[in-house]
Write a protein that binds this ligand. Sequence first.
Ligand SMILES: Cc1cc2nc3c(=O)[nH]c(=O)nc-3n(C[C@H](O)[C@H](O)[C@H](O)COP(=O)(O)OP(=O)(O)OC[C@H]3O[C@@H](n4cnc5c(N)ncnc54)[C@H](O)[C@@H]3O)c2cc1C
Ligand SMILES: NC(=O)C1=CN([C@@H]2O[C@H](COP(=O)(O)OP(=O)(O)OC[C@H]3O[C@@H](n4cnc5c(N)ncnc54)[C@H](OP(=O)(O)O)[C@@H]3O)[C@@H](O)[C@H]2O)C=CC1
Ligand SMILES: CC(C)=CCC[C@@H](C)[C@H]1CC[C@H]2C3=C(CC[C@]12C)[C@@]1(C)CC[C@H](O)C[C@@H]1CC3
Length: 516
Amino acid sequence: MDKAISRGPLAARGFRMGKGDQLLEHVLIKYRWLFVCFFLLPASFLYELWSYFRNLIVFKLSSAPGKHASKVQKVQQQVREWNKNGQQGHMCTARPGWQTMSFRQGLYKKSFYKVEVNLVDVLEIDTENKTVRVEPLVSMGQLSASLAPLGWTIPIVPEIDDLTVGGLILGTGIESSSHQFGLFQHICVEYELVLADGSLVTVTKDSDPDLFYAVPWSYGTLGFLTAAKIMIVPCTKFIKLNYKPVYSLNDAVKEFSEASASKNQFVEGIMFTLNKGVIMTGNMIDEPQPCDKVNKIGLWHKPWFFKHVESFLVTGKRASEILPLRDYYHRHTRSIFWELQDIVPFGNNRLFRLCMGWLMPPKISFLKLTQTDAVKRLYENNHIIQDMLVPITNLKESMQMFNKETKVYPIWLCPFKLPADPGMLCAPKERMFVDIGIYGVPDPSVNFKPMETTRKIEEFVQKCEGFQMLYADTYTTKEEFRRMFDHTLYDRVRSKLACTKAFPEVYDKVSRAARY
Ligand SMILES: Cc1cc2nc3c(=O)[nH]c(=O)nc-3n(C[C@H](O)[C@H](O)[C@H](O)COP(=O)(O)OP(=O)(O)OC[C@H]3O[C@@H](n4cnc5c(N)ncnc54)[C@H](O)[C@@H]3O)c2cc1C
Ligand SMILES: NC(=O)C1=CN([C@@H]2O[C@H](COP(=O)(O)OP(=O)(O)OC[C@H]3O[C@@H](n4cnc5c(N)ncnc54)[C@H](OP(=O)(O)O)[C@@H]3O)[C@@H](O)[C@H]2O)C=CC1
Ligand SMILES: CC(C)=CCC[C@@H](C)[C@H]1CC[C@H]2C3=C(CC[C@]12C)[C@@]1(C)CC[C@H](O)C[C@@H]1CC3
């Protein structure tokens, strides 16, 4: 035991710790699964059950659309109150930091004027105009459950169930259909917002192009989003997914780039080392043929999706299979990509899956809420969670760079089309990008230093004319951040809407210094 403690992850990183601290750290980190399995899993289950029935009743009684106007008025009232009381301090939503989908919490949540935006319902599914109108706290799990039984889907369904519409619009959202549809903002056609003066506006790209294009990536610094209208497309119940194992970086880049330019509806890659990976393409199908085997990968006893994908590297052959569409959409939910293997190391064990799999995964927000300082420091110093968006033409050098600096695998590859729209990601012409998702523990050989390494990566991404996702830690300076993201339209809209007193700039919400 003593030996194990002296080699504890924090001690190994040079933290000066007493014996008592070390013992506690060891127990908290090594045996976190005990707490997760016996407390967080049942708690997550009960919470989901409550949320399921609450949503079901609201949906069946159709009471949500009628209540929307009065709920929005409450938001307006709070903002007017802030104005009346002398505009003291900046405003933010009252959603607690632990509930959000990022590793850190904003320090500002402690001091800002908090506005309750308790808007959680699907308002209207309009199959004639092919749109769904939703409130900002509607989650991806909830939305896909609402639309799928009716034969519809939003074109981009970011895969973690608890991601919210508001966060995905004001931050960003991406999925394996993004090479055709772009980012989450590109499937939105209308935003309803309460502005800094308490007024309510509804904007489309024709009614107010400046505000419409300034909203995405503004991270809640232009106003409070109270509803959004999102495109919907018909969907089937199944998808045919093709797996293509690759055994060199050149092959991976070639296959992935070709697939991204193809007509396939879904494209994704998972690299398991710098030279080995699996490139996946998929298309919706009406019904499986009688000879087709349907692999219900979402069932509790099935192997984690990324492990299933890895198994195709052993056979080395191209393969195809039929998956239920919703299982595909939420394929990374059960293992939280590959993050759960660090928390419940035996989570993919067949016996565990059979007995406890139905309770998995613990809610990310509960993991965040209950993580101790020791666990937080461990993640801070030994873990990287970043999504870097670079032009697809830079994929090879980016992979080499991230391999040199982190050697974290698996790596997630997701292509996306970036249209030449105004706004934070303003680009002269439409281009294909790739999201490179790095989630995990860097290899000891690379001498990972959270700040130095992330800064090197950020500099590299900047040189490629790429972007960093806002939910992750940014160590850039304000000047570098303003070079990475085009603030021309954003600044104009902020000054027009008198936002300076009401909201901080995006950088001041997302920089490392603004989060704990
Ligand atoms: C309402 C609802 C909310 C959910 N919210 C979350 C969530 O916040 N986080 C998360 O991780 N997972 C959420 N899920 C997904 C959930 O974890 C399961 O994946 C899902 O419930 C599996 O059910 P199913 O496939 O048997 O039926 P489903 O196909 O999911 O649907 C069950 C029935 O629910 C009804 N329904 C559909 N949409 C709604 C709606 N918006 N409100 C009320 N009823 C509806 C439909 O009539 C449908 O027949 C939600 C699911 C539902 C139905
Ligand atoms: N596949 C994908 O695309 C994935 C995306 N992500 C990222 O996760 C984040 C989304 O997580 P989620 O927990 O849903 O969102 P968050 O609560 O983290 O919200 C993100 C930002 O949007 C602001 N915001 C949200 N709703 C409103 C609203 N109604 N009015 C005004 N501002 C609002 C928040 O403001 P405030 O600070 O005031 O609360 C916050 O600054 C995004 O940044 C996304 O890029 C993460 C994983 C996967
Ligand atoms: C697909 C895209 C664009 C991003 C996926 C990002 C996720 C993998 C991360 C977003 C929030 C992260 C958190 C954790 C793991 C990785 C994410 C889900 C933890 C669950 C890790 C364990 C900590 O104790 C809590 C973390 C909360 C946030």
